[in-house]
Every structure is written in C-alpha cells, then in structure tokens.
Design a protein around this ligand. Structure first.
Ligand SMILES: [Zn+2]
Length: 98
C-alpha cells in the first residue's frame, strides 16, 4: 500500500487555520510512538520525524490508557515543546535529555 493510499481517509484541510491545526501523528518506525504535526503536513512531525496520520484526537495527547496494553504509548517531547512553548495544560516533570 502506498502512502497515498493510506491518506485516502484523511480529510484535507481547506482554510489556513485548518492547515496549521495540530494533529496527533504516529511514528513510521514504531507503534504507539506519537508525534504532533500540522494538518498541512501529516507526513512530518514538528520535530522532523517522518509520521503517519492517526485518528487520535489532540485532547488525548499524553493520555495513558488504563487498559492492559503490552506497552505504554510514548508522546514526543520535542513536538510538544514546539506546539506548546509555554507548556500544555499541566507541565509534566519528565526532563529526560537526549
Ligand atoms: Zn516528535
């Protein structure tokens, strides 16, 4: 399946505001490895990582589901810093460096 095939179900943004809207995307090389992208460029995260679109709402960013999953989802800190320079609703104390 080509990348264009996988884009078929994705609604294309029409206005400038929609194009700049943040959306949750998934890393192309890991499951449950989430980044943030602008709707105008879902194939690239704010941090520069190659990504694929997801159906996850932005409000779910940072959530850790209670379900019994084999591993916890991870959320890219670099993307979050670009998206919310002043921090999102609550500031996590995760200061892991590179
Ligand atoms: Zn990222």
């Amino acid at each position: 399946m080509s990348l264009f095939e996988s884009m078929k179900g994705v609604q294309l943004p029409t206005t400038e505001a929609e194009r700049n809207e943040l959306t949750v995307t998934e890393s192309t090389h890991g499951i449950w490895d989430y980044h943030l992208s602008r709707r105008a460029n879902l194939m690239r995260a704010l941090c520069g990582a190659p990504t694929l679109p997801t159906a996850i709402p932005l409000s779910a960013w940072g959530d850790q589901p209670d379900e019994n999953l084999p591993r916890r989802p991870t959320y890219c800190e670099a993307c979050a810093r670009v998206a919310w320079p002043q921090g999102k609703a609550d500031d996590g104390n995760d200061t892991a460096g590179t």
